[in-house]
Design a protein. Structure first.
Length: 697
């Protein structure tokens, strides 16, 4: 059995490993060789096949009568070679020379299987093939030094940093086994892959290509001072991109944690955070966490997560970000807080150009990136949504084998909208344009002004600060007032199409609630979701919820006034685009009117506009008979655009049923039906010679 304990010649270091590491392991092997020789010198039967499984009386006497200590001199100081992975690791984890020696003793079985058998022999237990605390101290020449044991305590750098695990806690301290985690072993061998346990919580970290140099310098300086914790308060900018750029300036690729992905790991959070801290120290990286709004909603749970994170990551560069400020209860030390302002139009265009060029490099040419960036200038996307939209648009165009168009980009942007608002409002994908509108010139100008305001609001309200005051949003709110059927809803759809956005029509049945406070909650959800998506929000028949406040005579009046007061405050802080429509403008509260950016009146069309509406509604594909007189219809029938459209559709059905081109008799019959629907009389003074052509249906 002698061959089971005799050390063999160490194999040559593989070409792909760190030479200095193998040199240090040879020193460990020499210590093991010496320890084996000393053990065999006092062992009367070293070849006993049952050695390590029992203790003879003679062996017990030798243990009692033997000297204290191992008989091995302390290791001479041998610092890791400067610049080697072992040297960098010792610096980052603040290890002393003894710590490095203990780590190498524990690491040896992971790199050379011979050490397993040798450690089993030295442990006098063939089943314990890793070094115990006592054996490790013995091999380092510190077996008799009680203070050396504290280098393996839970608060010591080796254990606290996650470089070494002391297992089997039920055993006496010196009999506990030392093990090196696989991630540490892999790192020392040159593997840069993160700990597999972090796969579910790590996210990509991408620098903001349009970051301001002064903003970056300030963030880097904040990360290098004090607790090294910086909180970025987002005000429309790209806090994750700024943090990634700052951490890249400080070291390697940062570790970006997905806040939403941490929630399912609440029970294993301390262990997970320790793995993050170890990974950050191993690679010299900083940590990025956000947005904090994605953490658990419960205040106590969110505070627990952040306290654990800040405590374990103390001393490591840490960036957190979110839309709110940092609360003192979240950590013992308050971080430096920096505000990330909304980007200027130039910076926003730079982000689009960078994202499009990056996507084009993978999937195909992107075309004129400047023009494409201008086509989506009204859209507000975070950095991740912007990159995904650019990638989707480029891939869609490449799949069809054609250049990228603004419509591709707008469709990709709309695809980034979440489903939250769709649960609260009806989504309408715009299918009309400016040419489909028949409106007076002043109304048309108001609509164009609304589109201009929506497209340039970040520059005017943000960059130029034209809406000062705390809590004021950067939203654009318009009122469309006019009789039913005059084109208010269609105009909202045209504005949304011009901006490349979807239109969401708020269903009042999902908003108004008989219980006190519920209506306000429903509206808050709508406003919050609308601010987060690129869409135009339409409140049809808005006077139902934006009505005038009245004198308080009972609890109902008080509750109604509270709803109005809430809406007044919420409109001030709204960041989206909203359109209110009403048939009764006089019923709106004057305080709402003051907060409107654009007011467009929709009058009943005159004869010229009605003729254009008849032509537009009947279209070019519907066959027409020779007796069709649309000028007569426009002159005699005072109908709004919605009613003209209804008449045109009804007449088209009559023509389809007859199998003949559309006749004047079918048109006046459709008009007569519309009159009856509206409660109006069918008079000869209006229908003239065509009164007799009306067919009862």
């Amino acid at each position: 059995m002698t061959h089971t304990v005799q050390p063999e010649t160490a194999p040559a270091a593989p070409a792909d490993t760190t030479p200095h590491l193998w040199t240090r392991l040879r020193l460990v092997e020499e210590r093991v060789r010496r320890a084996v020789e000393l053990r065999r010198a006092v062992d009367p039967d070293p070849d006993d096949p049952y050695r390590g499984q029992y203790l003879t009386p003679e062996a017990a006497a030798r243990v009692l009568d033997g000297p204290h200590g191992s008989g091995l001199p302390a290791l001479a100081p041998d610092a890791p070679r400067p610049g080697s992975p072992l040297d960098v690791l010792a610096t980052r984890f603040a290890l002393e020379p003894l710590d490095v020696d203990l780590l190498l003793v524990a690491l040896a079985p992971d790199l050379d299987a011979r050490f397993e058998r040798l450690y089993g022999y030295l442990n006098d237990d063939l089943t314990r093939r890793r070094p115990t605390v006592g054996l490790a101290l013995e091999l380092c020449g510190r077996a008799g030094v009680a203070a050396a044991r504290f280098r393996l305590s839970p608060t010591a750098p080796l254990v606290a940093g996650g470089l070494l695990e002391v297992t089997e806690p039920e055993r006496p301290p010196l009999s506990r086994v030392l093990a090196v985690p696989d991630r540490v072993t892999a790192h020392l061998l040159g593997d840069t892959s993160p700990d597999p346990r972090l796969a579910d919580v790590l996210a990509a970290a991408t620098d903001d290509p349009a970051v301001e140099p002064a903003e970056l310098v300030r963030a880097v300086a904040a990360a290098g001072s004090g607790t090294r914790h910086v909180h970025l308060r987002a005000r429309g900018g790209d806090p994750a991109g700024l943090a990634a750029a700052a951490l890249h300036a400080c070291g390697p690729t940062p570790l970006a944690l997905d806040a939403a992905a941490l929630a399912p790991h609440a029970r294993a959070l301390p262990e997970l955070v320790r793995a993050v801290a170890r990974e950050a120290r191993l690679t010299g990286a900083g940590v990025l966490l956000g947005p904090l709004e994605e953490l658990p909603d419960q205040p106590d749970e969110r505070a627990r997560v952040l306290r654990t994170l800040c405590t374990v990551l103390r001393g490591i560069p840490l960036f957190t970000y979110g839309t709110s400020g940092w609360e003192p209860a979240w950590a013992a030390a308050t971080p430096v807080t920096l505000t990330v302002a909304a980007p200027t139009p130039e910076r926003h265009a730079t982000r689009w150009r960078h994202a499009l060029e990056r996507a084009a490099g993978e999937h195909g040419a992107a075309g004129d990136t400047d023009a494409l960036a201008r086509s989506v200038s009204a859209h507000r996307l975070d950095a991740g949504q912007l990159r995904r939209a650019a990638d989707t648009a480029v891939r869609t165009a490449a799949l069809d084998g054609r250049p990228l168009s603004p419509d591709d980009l707008r469709a990709a942007v709309r695809a980034q909208n979440g489903a939250g608002l769709a649960r609260l409002a009806r989504r309408v994908e715009p299918a009309v344009g400016w040419d489909d509108l028949v409106l007076p010139a002043p109304t048309h100008r108001r609509l164009r002004e609304l589109a201009v305001r929506a497209r340039h609001r970040d520059q005017v309200l943000g960059q130029w600060g034209m809406r000062p005051g705390g809590g004021r949003g950067r939203g654009v709110i318009a009122l469309f007032a006019g009789s039913s059927g005059t084109g208010k809803t269609m105009s909202a759809e045209v504005v949304a199409a011009d901006l490349g956005m979807d239109l969401y029509v708020v269903d009042l049945s999902t908003v108004v609630d008989k219980y006190v406070g519920e209506t306000e909650k429903n509206l808050e959800r709508i406003f919050t979701e609308a601010s987060a998506v690129n869409a135009v929000l339409l409140f049809d028949e808005a006077d139902a919820i934006f009505g005038k406040r009245s004198e308080v005579k009972d609890a109902h009046d008080k509750h109604a006034n509270m709803e109005s007061a809430y809406l007044l405050q919420r409109m001030e802080s709204f960041d989206g685009i909203a359109i209110l429509t009403t048939n009764l403008r006089a019923n709106l509260d004057e305080a709402f009117t003051r907060r409107l950016d654009v007011v467009a009146d929709f009058p009943v069309p005159d004869a010229t506009q009605r003729l254009a509406l008849w032509e537009r509604c009947l279209g070019e594909r519907l066959p027409r008979a020779g007796d069709l007189d649309l000028a007569f219809c426009a002159d005699r029938f005072e109908l709004a655009g919605g009613s003209i459209r209804a008449c045109a559709v009804t007449a088209a059905y009559f023509a389809a049923a007859s199998g003949e081109p559309l006749t004047m008799g079918q048109v006046v019959t459709a008009v007569a039906q519309e009159y009856r629907k509206l409660g109006r009389l069918v008079l000869e003074s209006e229908f003239g010679p065509y009164l007799g052509q009306i067919t009862e249906v």
